[in-house]
Ligand binder design. Structure first.
Ligand code: ADA
Length: 651
């Protein structure tokens, strides 16, 4: 041990020992005791995933369970050649046929915006790699997400394009042949008035192939995807409605046997006449004596759709649970359910949105430690995060990234079409996750009633895609309008004190006004549940302490968050809410100096590296108190000092 490290160990030990001795009256042995409410380093609480990933089982390592037992899959993670294209020359210069000298090699899945050289880069960029296909036959390429637009070529042939940065897409090539192949992808992260999300959105538009990508050998007839929609029927049975989306690359129609297994048990077998290249197959089966899914007991089933003649299968997981509304309440499996959650971005100072599995898992651990039972995201989050929510009983509020769109933008058909496409892709991807509470069409459209007809048609469209989950649209600042009456659940973003405190004290009258505004929502729509989709928010610099009215102090944030949370949890007609936000995140370049701490969105209750702030502990207390009391957030005294230095709940 060097002199310095010995010093580093000895001094704190001496200090702790001395302070321990001073506090004691007799000569008792020193024991360091941490108060219960201070969590230790989190990754210890979650049960081990039921089917742990094994590299040989699932080379994608992108989900927490195997998605096939029959297809050969080729993992395409690794270093790809990378070349930004600020002059937009790539297509004209046919980079997809002859890739120029790369500037660097970039890790996929990843984002170029975490590399110092491309920190601010927005625009097109090109990726290239080769890979080996071990046999002849159909090849399917599956991208979990590319931000924001993608164009893809295999061996110089254009396969297609995709727009939308958070949903998966795939291409099937008839028979590229056994051997080496070259894959080229152009990704473009530039956003504008017609993109969804729009340019200037309040999170960072990280560019790149940032979620997993793989190739797999598929037979002539294969399962593209399948949905298992479970409803709890009367008596003891659940009803499972299965809808499978198949692909048939044979020129002719054909008969195919379809088998459906749950937890290894055959529940259904039938013959179907497959017509056309994208046939759909549906059937229903009862599931006897189902075990229900809930945050306290997140029971999951594994389903397999199997085509024995074609030699193909797909796995998914589902849960049996019912969310219904009962006046202003949400019922989960017949019992009132209150959301106690946090808003979370896929974001980390080192990884951007390409979070490695251990960080995803750790985020879930931290949320559970906080006492949360729910998470909301402005866009479809990483698929592995969804798997963890299912496994650990975190309810999920899923949203299309149509963020703060103005009436002029919403009036454009092209924007409406993008919202619809992203809505459908979100629903199709996340349908089987029992954790999903609702689908939101977007967030904080100012003057949303000016877009009444557009919004109405979007809601109608949403209901044609899925009638089994609640539909909502989030408003900002405790507002409702004619549109609200069309929704299943009212979602609003609200804080008791200022979101952006302009160096003034959060006066008690202001807090009362905020509360009055929120109360008016319920007066207007007494039969609809209200969820405070974003509550109590203030920027804070982790580790910086000051009076409870001083901007950017942990105290001010803690007070804002805890008072808003307490208020929302305590009202019977509010079905809970999600704090804004889980962790500090990087924001769009255009927001860099907009009254922000370091230009980031620093309203996290943990910082970017997931160290807890005071607000985390306040929320933890409230959530745990609420859970143990079963009704009210038990604490009536406020121990965060206000600007007068007093404590108490009189304000
Ligand atoms: C809104 C918005 C969030 C974020 C937040 C903030 O509530 O929905 O995405 O921008 O404001 O931090 O100001």
């Amino acid at each position: 041990m060097t002199g310095l490290s010995r010093f580093a160990v000895t001094v704190p030990v001496l200090f702790l020992a001395l302070s321990g001795l001073l506090a004691q009256t007799g000569p008792q042995p020193f024991q360091a005791v941490l108060p219960d409410r201070f969590p230790q380093i989190p990754p210890t609480v979650l049960p081990v995933a039921k089917q742990e990933i094994s590299a040989s089982d699932d080379p994608m390592a992108a989900r927490l369970f195997r998605t096939t037992s029959l297809r050969t899959q080729i993992q395409l993670a690794g270093f790809w050649d990378f070349l930004p294209d600020p002059q937009h020359r790539g297509e004209a210069d046919r980079y997809f046929e002859r890739f120029p000298k790369p500037e660097t090699r970039m890790w996929v899945p990843g984002t170029w915006n975490t590399y110092a050289r491309y920190w601010h880069y927005e625009g097109p960029a090109w990726f290239r790699r080769t890979f080996h296909v071990p046999a002849d036959g159909g090849l399917r390429l599956r991208f979990a997400a590319v931000f924001y637009k993608a164009r893809v070529w295999l061996d110089g042939e254009f396969l297609g394009s995709h727009e939308g940065g958070y949903t998966p897409f795939s291409f099937v090539v008839a028979n590229p042949g056994k051997g080496e192949h070259e894959l080229v992808v152009m990704a473009d992260n530039a956003l504008d008035d017609e993109s969804v999300p729009k340019g200037g959105v309040d999170w960072f538009p990280y560019g790149g192939i940032y979620r997993p990508v793989y190739a797999e050998l598929v037979p002539d007839v294969f399962v593209e995807d399948f949905h298992v929609i479970a409803s709890v029927a009367s008596g003891e049975n659940a009803n499972l409605r299965v809808k499978a989306f198949l692909r048939n690359s044979l020129a002719a129609d054909r008969k195919e046997q379809v088998k459906f297994e749950v937890n290894g048990r055959l529940l259904y077998s039938g013959q179907f006449e497959l017509k056309g290249s994208q046939p759909e197959v549906s059937f229903s089966v009862p599931l006897a004596d189902p075990e229900l899914w809930s945050p306290g007991s997140p029971f999951l089933y594994t389903a397999r759709l199997y085509l024995p003649q074609a030699g193909d299968d797909q796995f998914t997981r589902f849960g049996v649970r019912s969310f219904v509304t009962d006046g202003a309440r949400i019922l989960l499996n017949g019992k009132p359910f209150k959301v106690q959650g946090a808003n979370r971005h896929d974001d980390h100072p080192d990884w951007g949105p390409a979070l490695p599995p251990h960080i995803i898992r750790q985020d879930v651990e931290i949320l559970k430690r906080m006492g949360a039972n729910a998470v909301r995201s402005h866009y479809p989050t990483d698929e592995m995060f969804m798997d963890y929510c299912d496994e650990n009983g975190l309810v999920f509020l899923d949203e299309v990234p149509a963020w703060q769109n103005l009436p002029e933008q919403l009036a454009k058909e092209v924007v409406q079409d993008k919202i619809k496409t992203q809505f459908r892709d979100m629903v199709y991807r996340d349908m089987n996750h029992p954790c999903v509470l609702l689908w939101s069409l977007g967030n904080e459209w100012p003057e949303f009633d000016k877009s009444y007809n557009v919004t109405k048609s979007l809601i109608e469209y949403a209901r044609t895609i899925d009638s089994t989950h609640f539909i909502t649209l989030v408003t900002g600042g405790a507002r409702t309008g004619a549109t609200s009456a069309l929704l299943d659940v009212i979602s609003t973003n609200w804080a008791q004190y200022y979101w952006y405190d302009p160096f003034t004290c959060p006066a008690p009258e202001e807090a009362e006004k905020a509360i009055a505004k929120l109360n008016r929502i319920h007066e207007r729509l007494p039969d609809k549940p209200v969820v405070i989709t974003e509550l109590g928010a203030a920027e804070s610099q982790a580790g910086w302490h000051n009076w409870g009215n001083v901007k950017w102090s942990e105290e001010y944030q803690a007070r804002n968050v805890s008072d808003s949370t307490r208020y929302s949890i305590d009202r019977d007609w509010i079905s809970g809410g999600c704090v804004w936000q889980f962790a500090d995140t990087r924001s769009a370049p255009s927001r860099f100096l907009a009254g922000r701490l370091r230009g980031w969105n620093a309203k996290g209750v943990v910082d970017g590296y997931r160290s807890p702030k005071m607000a985390f502990y306040k929320l933890q207390e409230l959530f745990h108190d609420f859970q143990s009391s079963g009704s009210r957030a038990a604490k009536t005294t406020e121990d965060t000092p206000d600007q007068t230095g007093q404590t108490g709940s009189e304000r």
